[in-house]
Design a protein around this ligand. Structure first.
Ligand code: MG
Length: 387
């Protein structure tokens, strides 16, 4: 029996690579359903290549285009936010891959977990904004989360067969982003085009900018706290430009485990699909002498203040992480459009966090409300800066 896979966000970087993995192991997996935000051309191409039973596009304007480009007899095509949720909750699914960016990953994740599904989670914002809600559902239902992000997959793999009681600390690796070797003054005047030159990973624009600010690593710290129940004081970050060690787990007996591979997201994606098995793949040949040296250095919290901010926000909890995420989404978009400078991302974000009156997150409504407030405040501050 083939495992039936749903991909929420199949046209993004992780979604496309998930389809590559499925294509390689098409004796083991079949695509049950795929969804996209608005890229109907690529979605149509994927529908025609993988013949899923269902497909949905968030932007309803494009349903007609899909119906013309694809065979509606083979694939049931729908549109709108609820259509995406219906797909996330499909009874027939074995695994739901949540590969969207932004807060849009939260609802599909909750829906799939509600149905007791395995969620291969690539979306960061889900745990940042809705960690408490996810935790409640995980307690009540049989579903589980398998991390797709390379760092969390590494920790997950290192913890295989280990008791969580033996963890002393987690050390997340970071490539250092596009500006690792630039000084403060150079970074200050950098444009989006410079920040998009990521040294090792080829990813979407949002996450590449988040890598340049180290915001991405900060989000991963908050996620690691949630996924592995390790306190913030025991989660560290080390800069590792080669991106070969994907993270470390230090155990209480001072033994250290790490997971290594050449940087290739198909490896953690495949593991999330195949867990607890491992499938044969020849994505990459691992030859240590070709890699040469692996280096590690301390993160520069002054050059990259967003990382420290993430620790503070994570520790403060409540609705603060929702604000962090919402502000970042708006600020990265503004930076990509050259509306603000690089350090405005931190300056505006920290300003908004300072002004936030936190609430306990009890339901989706709380998240939506705080998210809306933070986005509006951020947009206002960006505008005021320009005047
Ligand atoms: Mg990562």
């Amino acid at each position: 029996m083939k495992k039936k896979v749903v991909i929420i966000g199949s046209t993004g970087s992780i979604g496309r690579q998930t389809l590559e993995v499925i294509n390689k192991h098409n004796d083991k997996y079949q695509v049950l359903a795929i969804t996209a935000d608005k890229n109907f051309e690529l979605l149509a191409h994927q529908i025609n290549s993988f013949n899923p039973e269902y497909a949905a596009i968030k932007n309803t304007h494009f349903i007609e285009n899909l119906n013309i480009l694809c065979n509606p007899q083979k694939t049931k095509i729908s549109g709108g936010e609820n259509a995406l949720l219906d797909i996330a909750g499909l009874e027939q699914a074995d695994i739901v891959v949540v590969a969207t960016i932004g807060i849009s990953g939260l609802m599909p994740t909750l829906k799939a977990l509600e149905k007791g599904k395995i969620v291969a989670l690539a979306n960061k914002e889900t745990l940042i904004t809705g960690g408490t809600l996810v935790a409640e559902i995980l307690k009540a239902k049989s579903g589980r989360i398998i991390p797709v992000d390379s760092e969390h997959s590494a920790i997950f793999q290192c913890l295989n067969g280990e008791s969580p009681n033996y963890i002393d600390k987690i050390i997340l690796t970071s490539s250092g982003g596009a500006f690792r070797n630039k000084n403060h003054a150079e970074i200050e005047h950098a444009k989006a085009i410079d920040a998009l030159k990521h040294p090792t990973w080829n990813m979407g624009e949002k996450v590449t900018i988040d890598s340049a600010t180290l915001m991405n690593k900060g989000f991963e710290v908050i996620e690691a706290n949630f996924l592995f129940n390790v306190p913030y004081k025991d989660i560290q970050v080390t800069i590792h430009p080669q991106s070969v060690v994907h993270s470390f787990v230090v155990f209480k007996d001072s033994s250290v485990k790490a997971q290594l591979s050449l940087p290739d997201m198909r490896i953690p994606i495949q593991y999330a699909l195949s867990y607890p098995e491992r499938l044969v793949s020849n994505w990459q040949g691992f030859i240590p002498s070709k890699i040469g040296s692996l280096t590690f250095e301390e993160p520069d919290f002054e050059k990259f203040p967003c990382l420290k901010l993430c620790y503070d926000v994570g520790k403060a909890g409540k609705s603060y992480p929702v604000v962090l995420n919402a502000a970042d989404e708006v600020l990265v978009d503004a930076f990509l459009k050259d509306k603000i400078m690089f350090y405005d991302i931190y300056n505006i974000m920290s300003n908004i966090i300072e002004r936030h009156s936190p609430i306990e997150i009890m339901n989706i409504g709380d998240i939506t409300e705080v998210d809306r407030w933070a986005k509006k405040e951020t947009e206002d501050l960006i505008l005021r800066k320009k005047i």
